[in-house]
Write a protein of this length. Structure first.
Length: 272
């Protein structure tokens, strides 16, 4: 039995004994229905006997207050007899200060640096899907979507949908800027390789594989250093770009106004 339950049972016994003694002193004979009292009324030989105002029992919470086991802040504060007693905090109510409440209200969800989108159950070989994923890996999201629109591979449509989904997740769920997103990672994992019967001639048969894979695309925002590098590459002319630089600025590969015979023109200008 818990300590407060032991105290409570002793209080009920004391209250019952005091009530019996007080009623017997006034010459009233009664038979109590139980040891507990219910709102100051007792059963006397199958009829209810209400106590008079002179012998009205004190409420239960007064006895609880005298024992020092009150479970409410307001009971001690409202009682007239124990007005100077400090209210006892309830163990069931957690202590909360205004500073903690303000801190909880001011908590801001941290902005995620990377957001991903995953598509499972792609009915195609991982090697074939990885060819297209490697094509757009490291590109800006807008450039990657444009590149996939002109790619004739069947996996281009799948990669396009996953990149578009990752951009939507980053924009609507995490508040990232859609114009500054970059395809940080695009990798393919192996899925179920289902085995099926392949029927051959002369009553023979073999096993054919139906491969599946999953594609994961991770996008992030471009850093200020990368933005400065892209700005330099856009204004640079006749510079041989590295593989990473070509992915950052893929529009350099599709030039609308190419300069034909550049070496011959430079040679003629130097001789003159």
């Amino acid at each position: 039995m818990v300590g407060w339950q032991r105290h409570l049972s002793s209080i009920f016994r004391l209250v019952g004994n005091a009530a019996k003694q007080e009623i017997s002193a006034h010459g009233t004979h009664f038979r109590a229905c139980s040891s507990h009292f219910l709102s100051g009324q007792f059963c006397v030989q199958q009829r209810t006997f209400a106590l008079s105002s002179n012998i009205t029992l004190r409420p239960l919470y007064h006895y609880l207050q005298h024992q020092g086991i009150s479970t409410s802040r307001g009971l001690l504060a409202d009682s007239s007899s124990d007005a100077n007693v400090t209210p006892v905090a309830s163990p069931l109510i957690p202590l909360s200060s205004p500073n903690t409440a303000n801190a909880e209200s001011k908590t801001v969800v941290a902005k995620r640096s990377k957001v991903q989108a995953v598509r499972k159950g792609i009915k195609q070989s991982p090697k074939k899907v990885n060819l297209v994923a490697a094509l757009v890996r490291g590109m800006r999201v807008e450039d990657a979507l444009l590149q996939l629109q002109v790619t004739i591979k069947r996996a281009a449509q799948t990669v396009y949908q996953v990149i578009n989904s990752a951009r939507a997740n980053a924009t609507h769920n995490h508040g990232l800027d859609p114009d500054r997103l970059l395809v940080a990672e695009a990798f393919v994992g192996k899925g179920f390789f289902k085995k099926r019967i392949s029927y051959h001639s002369k009553g023979r048969s073999g096993i054919k594989m139906r491969p599946e894979c999953r594609l994961t695309v991770v996008v992030r925002e471009i850093t200020p250093e990368e933005e400065a590098e892209i700005a330099k590459l856009k204004v640079a002319k006749f510079k041989k770009l590295t593989k990473r630089e070509r992915r950052l600025v893929p529009h350099k590969l599709i030039e609308t106004t190419p300069i034909w015979g550049l070496k011959r023109k430079l040679r003629n200008d130097s001789t003159v």
